[in-house]
Design a protein around this ligand. Structure first.
Ligand code: BGC
Length: 518
């Protein structure tokens, strides 16, 4: 019971698919969209703790930072400064609605290209910023890039991957996110020593991931699902043969054609998303995003340098600590790439729930006892303990909520609502990322150490949700989720009654109508 339902592809229902070089290369290229997202996430914390940057754009914060009388927890509590970080997410969430249209109508590949162009222009504005306005405009353009990229990349990966390694390939996106964050942390570590324009270099080096994504988008082929959805059946079939490394693609092709026939009938994708039979995927996608952000991960990702500074580390040591957490983040994501199609999604999320909870409680206790408003003398031993706990927290996030927050929604929506569903996913993700970015420094100032207790309570809630309501999607072909997952789940199956948009599958999946469509 309790969503413990697990499906393993029984022999005979799995489509023939080799793991071809073209699939691997396409996925690696597409996943560079994650690099850019990660770089943007990681760069702002370090930049906003650089004096040269503050002097230029936020002189008030600089003054406060060097005054002793301010409470430790409140040094960086400035709305303008938080806006610099958060404007990107606000722009991104708006962009996702346009991105839903382009992924559907223009395809996954062109949407990635659009993202690349936004990124490049955004980077130019940021690197050359002469005033706060230019800085914010640059962040907004980057945000648009994130909106388009995060929409198209996870879908692209889930659709192009052979079922049995779909999870692993999809997580390449998150792997790139974490590499982007780490790269940004390393860059900040170096540029903090370059006065007075180090921050400019930090912001400009985002050009590297931006360029990679643009190049990647020029070279990859679009997914068969997207080609077929846009009526390019022959091309879709040819691509399917190429990426699967076999001529025997009829069963999979027919299933996509059928899914796309259903998708074609949908005139209003967003309205359709609200229908009862799409409720389970919608609820899960939305909640997963909210939960992902309420793990508190971005409190660490955005503000690790600031946080470590608050704890009494000197500037250099704080960046150093951020680099450590960044590396842990990347390495732990690899654990997920390896295990997600083996142990499954639920197992990773549940284990991580326990680990995250324990680490956060430990951090709250140490800070509660050791860091008071005026004294930031954490002591060497305690400081190390906090860094270690931050690392165990980050590592468990990195093999669970980080990648799975993106993977699960991208693989559970049927083709008919996939673009709209993904855009809601990205939108909710960015909305809550924005909320955390905008509120964290003020929350830190008011809640102090209890902020970690706050997040740990959320971890309990989300773990219970996973336990009871999240079905296992490991090894289920992407166009068969309705039949094999939702209709079998103890709770969600009640939403599947009267499902007239029946997607035929299994041995008899190629019925007469489909044959005619080919
Ligand atoms: C989240 C980001 C987060 C990152 C950390 C992603 O999955 O969406 O908000 O910063 O993971 O690695």
């Amino acid at each position: 019971m309790a969503g413990g339902f697990s499906v393993s592809a029984s022999p005979g229902t799995e489509f023939e698919a080799k793991i071809t070089p073209i699939v691997i290369i396409s996925c690696i290229m597409a996943a560079t969209g994650g690099l850019m997202f990660g770089y943007d996430v990681g760069i702002s914390g370090g930049v906003t703790s650089m004096d040269d940057f503050l002097r230029e754009f936020f002189p008030k914060v600089l003054k406060k930072k060097h005054e002793d009388k301010e409470s430790n927890y409140c040094k960086y509590d400035n709305q303008g400064l938080q806006l610099f970080t958060s404007s990107l997410y606000l722009a991104g969430l708006t962009a996702t609605f346009f991105a839903s249209y382009t992924t559907r109508r223009l395809g996954r590949r062109l949407t990635m290209l659009i993202a690349g162009v936004f990124f490049i222009v955004g980077v130019i504005f940021n690197g050359a910023a002469q005033n706060l306005a230019m800085l914010i405009v640059g962040r907004i353009l980057l945000g648009c890039g994130v909106g388009f990229a995060n929409q198209a990349v996870p879908l692209f990966l889930s659709e192009i991957a052979p079922t049995r390694i779909r999870g692993g390939l999809n997580i390449l996106f998150q792997l790139n996110v974490t590499i982007g964050i780490l790269f940004a942390n390393l860059v900040n570590y170096g540029t903090a020593k370059i006065h007075p324009w180090g921050w400019r270099l930090s912001l400009s080096l985002a050009g590297i991931p931006a360029g990679l994504l643009t190049l990647g988008a020029l070279f990859v082929v679009d997914t068969p699902n997207s080609l077929i959805e846009r009526g390019r059946l022959e091309e879709g079939k040819a691509v399917l043969k190429r990426i699967r490394g076999t001529d025997n693609v009829e069963p999979e092709f027919n299933e996509i054609v059928e899914a796309s026939r259903v998708a074609q009938a949908v005139k209003h994708p967003f309205r359709n998303l609200l229908q009862r039979r799409n409720r389970p995927q919608l609820v899960i996608a939305v909640l997963l995003q909210i939960f992902q952000q309420f793990t508190g991960i971005n409190a660490i990702m955005f503000y690790a340098p600031v946080l470590f500074n608050t704890l009494g580390f000197k500037s250099d040591a704080s960046l150093y600590s951020a680099v450590i957490t960044g590396a842990v983040n990347v390495l732990s994501t690899l654990v997920s790439v390896y295990s997600v199609d083996r142990v499954g999604r639920r197992m990773l999320l549940l284990e991580a729930g326990v680990q995250m909870f324990l680490s956060q409680v430990a951090i709250a206790v140490v800070l509660g006892i050791k860091v008071t408003d005026r004294s930031d003398n954490l002591g060497h031993g305690w400081a190390i303990l906090v860094v270690v706990m931050v690392c165990t927290f980050v590592s468990s996030f990195a093999w669970s909520w980080g990648p799975l927050g993106w993977l699960i929604p991208s693989e559970t929506f049927p083709l008919e609502t996939r673009s709209a569903g993904q855009s809601v996913t990205v939108c909710v993700n960015l909305l809550f990322t924005f909320v955390i970015a905008q509120a964290f420094l003020s929350m830190l100032c008011h809640l102090k150490y209890a902020i970690f207790a706050f997040f740990s309570a959320w971890v309990v809630v989300m773990s219970l949700f996973v336990l009871f309501f999240l079905p296992e999607t490991k090894n289920v072909p992407i166009e068969e989720m309705t039949e094999r997952v939702w209709k079998q789940h103890w709770f969600w199956k009640r939403f599947m009654d009267g499902d007239n948009h029946h997607i035929v599958h299994g041995a008899g999946k190629i019925n007469g109508t489909n044959g005619a469509a080919v």
